[in-house]
Design a binder for this molecule. Structure first.
Ligand code: GDP
Ligand code: ZN
Length: 299
């Protein structure tokens, strides 16, 4: 039987097999490397049942993985979720105000992981003049899917379900933008389940990945994570950031210097495009702020 690992309880893993949650151990032959977990949340696995137990006997190759520094050992990476397909960056039109700079940080992180990003602008009921449209248009112009939702009124919720269908998606965004409300609007059962696994294992943070997947009834999984730091920009190279802004990446070859960081260099095609209004000024500011924060983190 095949399934997807939903959560890691330390000595057992919960595997989704067509909607059934099966508690599994990992077969010994898979546990050869003591320093690395053989099986992580998000893995596609083959299981064998025997008697009243079940064991994971094979793991499919991962198409990507999101990792963090292992607790207690800064130099070791720990995978927190494998096979992430998409990221839904949630922001709110009002209260809190729309801050595109925050969206951009998550987009850069998503682009560097080669997962499909989309943006949900929530709480549109609080902004009847649709003041968020200018920002939405810029993102759409760059090729991003932008959903306009109201979790409380149900607007756009079906679009969100359609986006999530068949994928493993992490919902990222600052607190208060309506992620839980949106999850609840997607499916009432989801909100109740969010956080359940973390509570159930108490402070098992050092032994488990403390991330779990929630199965969506219409296909796909939502990543339930208590924090968003894991999806941050740690260890990104300064020189990588320009390739994660689509409109900057597109002009990378047009500057006088081919290693141009588009800051104070002469004959910079990116700055010229900003002056000409072809690149939104606030996107360029986001880019500069990300460089500044990476320099801070490195010093
Ligand atoms: P989270 O921290 O991102 O999970 O945000 P919550 O889901 O807890 O929502 C924060 C607050 O915003 C709550 O009081 C929600 O009721 C409210 N909220 C969430 N979505 C909407 C929405 O679409 N419209 C309005 N008016 N309020 C919302
Ligand atoms: Zn340049």
């Amino acid at each position: 039987m095949n399934g997807v690992v939903l959560s890691d309880l330390g000595n057992r893993l919960v595997v989704d097999v067509d909607g059934d949650e099966v508690s599994c151990v990992v077969r010994k032959s898979l546990r050869r490397d003591k320093r690395r977990k053989a099986v992580v949340v998000g893995d596609r696995v083959t299981i064998e049942r025997s008697g009243d137990g079940a064991a994971i006997v094979a793991v499919e190759e991962r198409h990507n993985s999101i990792s963090r520094r292992a607790p207690g050992n800064k130099h070791r990476e720990q995978i927190i979720v494998a096979n992430l397909d998409a990221v839904l960056v949630v922001a709110s039109a009002k209260s809190p105000d729309l801050v595109p700079g925050i969206i951009d940080r998550f987009l850069v992180a998503a682009e560097s992981r080669e997962v499909e990003p989309a943006i949900a602008i929530n709480k549109i009921d609080l902004d009847p003049d649709a003041g968020y449209q200018g920002v939405a248009d810029v993102y759409r112009g760059l090729g991003y899917t932008v959903l306009e939702t109201s979790a409380t009124e149900g607007t756009g919720v079906q679009d969100a379900r359609d986006f999530l269908a068949g994928k493993t998606t992490a919902m990222l965004g600052h607190s208060g933008v309506g992620k839980s409300a949106l999850a609840n609007a997607l499916d009432h059962a989801l909100e109740l389940r969010i956080g359940e696994v973390h509570k159930g294992t108490g402070l098992g943070m050092h032994t488990t990945s403390h991330v779990s997947l929630l199965r969506l009834p219409w296909g796909g999984y939502l990543v339930d994570t208590p924090g968003i730091r894991e999806f941050g920009l740690w260890r990104m190279d300064l020189s990588e950031v320009r390739f994660r802004f689509r409109e900057i990446e597109a002009r990378q070859g047009d500057c006088r210097f081919n290693d141009c960081l588009h800051e104070r260099e002469p004959d910079c095609a990116v700055k010229q495009a900003v002056d000409a209004g072809e690149i939104a000024g606030w996107r360029y500011e986001s880019y500069q702020r990300i460089l500044a924060s990476l320099r801070d983190a490195a010093s």
